[in-house]
Write a new protein. Sequence first.
Lengths: 102, 182
Amino acid sequence: MISMNDFLIVSAVLFCIGLYMIVSKRNAIQILIGIELMLNAAILNLVAFGKYDRFFNGGQMFALFAIVLAAATTAVALAIILNVYRQYKTIDPGKIDKLRDE
Amino acid sequence: MSLVQVLFYVMSFIALGAALFVAATKNLVRSIFMFFVTLFALAGLYVLALADFVAITQIVIYVGGILVLILFAFMLSGKETLNLIAQQRGKFISINKIAALLLSGLFLLVLLNTFFKVDADHLTWITRSLRANNAITPTAAMTENIGVNLMTKYLLPFEAISILLMVALIGAAHLSRKGEKQ
């Protein structure tokens, strides 16, 4: 069988790649992809440990909920990004620093 | 080394390599398509963790839904994003990237250190569940069990999440509507 540690290591590396993307990228869509990578790392852990719960499927169920939540989050986030682009003509989070209308 | 382990290493190599490519590349479209590969490889890893239903859901929702959404947002946001990427090309390594590398590298060290200390295969609840014959075996079909659990034990979260999905759907549709000009 595959050792639990292998799953943990893969998910740790994925999580750190997502973290790197969030901190270093200057494009809101790439930051969103980084967030998705981190979410997927967490879901991988949930699924891997869900193997030890046959009757209630706690881990797998939580992973399903997390996937659905990620989808909802992404839809709303992309709608917000589109609106921000319409307003500022850029999606660089560093350049979006005004709360009020022009 | 059994076939399952070989498959696991191949899948995780593909997933991590594609994720690294996503993080490293300057071309946004290419990074989106490599993200696609990462998600597929992760679905393979879920299958190897004996969660076939979650793997199918991952493919349907992530690959079918989220990626198409991201591509749409990219195409709707137009030429400006491409210009932004072209500006970045000049500087090879910026201070920003060094800080990000340092942060994620140190975080990786901390995580790996914890994982090696914890010895995840012999946690008490895992050995208890193995002794109680509560671990999923490769021959078991879990989808039926998941359906039954979803309608009994997890009914309240299921309903809550369905309401939240509807709220998010309406909210996204409202936000991305072309507002009337004031």
